[in-house]
Design a protein around this ligand. Structure first.
Ligand code: NAD
Length: 479
């Protein structure tokens, strides 16, 4: 008999109101497990527990919090292969990508173990003679964390770790498609000795669990990563009750390739940025903006490299591109391929559903050429292994095209020119800019986030995370 994996609420593992199977996208006959879905009432119970626990946790010693986070990081790093395999099994990225992601999660906990010991603050003279002024950081209280499916352990880590480090109690809601890694991470957090109520896991739907978190008056801050459509609803609901909110959303990230680029660097940046992790990254380079002089050579070299990519089961040795996450996303990708063709772009390679030994959601990575920046495939986020080439005359046209989008998350340029790379970093409208490296690689000790429709609120990661997970208190003392 199947044993349903339960939610963690107020220090107890509790049955859900109902449950759902977690299916491996590489092999739909592989059911990873059955995971409980919390009801709205159970979600409220988790929020109440977090509220009760938040006061003591917010006043706990920073050494205590640091030690707990350090232990969580060590455990994740020690079990990185097992956790990485779970990530690959439920999300579909390849095993090396899954292990890399688990490693990143462990490093993030270690980083915030250090940050817990650096709360900072100021002690300054008052303008009123004889008084002292101090400016300190205080926790927000209860924070609600709402997650997407594409990074099942790294994104949870970079929200949960700073939340706990700065003394907040957490209500954590993973995406419906990836509860297994979230559950495994929750077990590690619980076993590390986090007090009852400080960390709560509530699995389930956005409509029920997510909406309850967003609308509950005891949740003082909401950190959301997901689509622009959901993000907008979350922001409106949060603003209507004056809750603090941080949103990380989609991208239509440009990679500019100039005539003077090193061709092999350009090809690696394009193929890695557009197709690795099955293109299911908010930072994926989906628009390849290429100047005339290198255009044909670049398209030929990228197509040749794509022909050598192996699409197969995520856990199989030699697989470069795992499956799409589910049937709905696969259909959406295939629909966008048709949209691109109908709008007059030229499909050079890929874009087809393919079958393998196991029943999974496999498709070949797709490359369009002769596309215009006005086409839907260049304006809307596909969130799959689909990239387009946009031919431009020169750097100036490339930059203008790159900036002509509602998004502003990540961007990149491949060039050997200091002049153009410096100009690009200054004038590209994005939160992250990369020169001669893929748009999708980021460090964990520096801020991450975007502008325009890609992000809202303060930055995540690095010491900048403090902006969201704390509030500032100014105190006057007459000694
Ligand atoms: P999604 O918006 O469908 O869901 C995100 C989360 O919101 C899920 O947990 C979902 O259950 C929840 N949710 C849904 N409706 C809700 C509601 N009414 N109230 C509260 N919560 C609700 O996004 P997804 O499909 O899981 O993720 C893919 C998207 O995430 C892409 O657009 C991608 O670009 C984006 N993303 C962005 C970043 C970033 O850092 N900028 C990182 C990863 C993914």
């Amino acid at each position: 008999m199947k044993k349903t994996k339960r939610n963690f609420i107020g220090g107890e593992w509790l049955e859900g109101a109902n449950a759902a199977d977690n299916i491996n996208p590489s092999d739909t006959s592989d059911i990873i497990g059955e995971y409980a879905h919390a009801s709205a009432a159970q979600t409220q119970q988790a929020i109440d527990a977090a509220y009760q626990a938040s006061l003591a946790w917010g006043n706990s010693s920073i050494q205590h919090r640091s030690d707990i986070l350090d232990n969580i990081g060590s455990e994740i790093l020690q079990r990185r292969e097992e956790l990485g395999e779970l990530v690959s099994r439920e999300e579909g990225k390849t095993l090396p990508e899954g292990i890399g992601e688990a490693t990143r999660a462990g490093q993030v906990f270690k980083f915030f173990a250090g940050e817990a010991l650096r709360p900072g603050g100021e002690f300054i003279d008052s303008i009123r003679p004889g008084l002292d002024v101090s400016v300190t950081r205080a926790p927000m209280g209860v924070v609600g964390l709402i997650l997407p499916w594409n990074f099942p352990i790294a994104i949870p880590a970079w929200k949960v770790a700073p939340a706990l480090a700065y003394g907040n109690a957490v209500v954590f809601k993973p995406a419906e498609l990836v509860p297994a890694t979230a559950h495994a991470m929750a077990e590690i957090i619980v076993n590390a000795g986090v007090p009852d109520g400080v960390f709560n896991l509530v699995m389930g739907t956005g409509a029920e669990v997510g909406a309850t978190i967003v609308n509950h008056p005891a949740v003082n801050a909401i950190s959301f990563t997901g689509s622009v459509r959901t993000g907008r609803d979350v922001a409106l609901a949060a603003a209507s009750r004056m809750a603090k909110v941080q949103l990380e959303m989609g991208g239509k990230n440009p990679l500019v390739v100039l005539d003077d680029a090193d061709l092999s660097t350009a090809v690696e940046c394009a193929v890695n940025g557009a197709y690795f992790s099955t293109g299911q990254r908010c930072t994926a380079s989906s628009r390849l903006i290429v100047t005339e002089g290198i255009h044909d050579k670049f398209v030929a070299a990228v197509s040749e490299r794509m022909g050598k990519l192996t699409v197969d089961h995520a856990l199989k040795a030699g697989t470069d591109i795992g499956p799409v996450v589910d049937q709905r996303q696969l259909q959406q990708n295939l629909d966008y391929i048709q949209v691109g063709i109908n709008d007059g772009a030229n499909l050079v390679c890929g874009g087809e559903q393919v079958s393998r030994d196991t029943q999974g959601f496999f498709m070949t990575p797709a490359l369009f050429t002769e596309s215009s920046n006005k086409m839907r495939i260049n304006r809307e986020e596909v969130f799959g292994p689909v990239a387009t080439v946009i031919r431009v005359k020169d750097y100036e046209e490339a930059l203008a095209t790159a900036n002509d989008t509602e998004f502003g998350l990540s961007s990149g340029i491949v060039t050997t020119s200091l002049k153009y790379s410096s100009h690009f970093k200054r004038h590209i409208q994005s939160g992250v800019a990369s020169v001669n490296v893929p748009t999708a690689g980021v460090d964990y000790h520096v801020p991450f986030g975007g502008i325009k429709s890609s992000s809202y609120g303060s930055r995540e990661q690095g010491s900048y995370a403090k902006e969201f997970y704390t509030t500032v208190k100014t105190a006057y003392t007459l000694p």
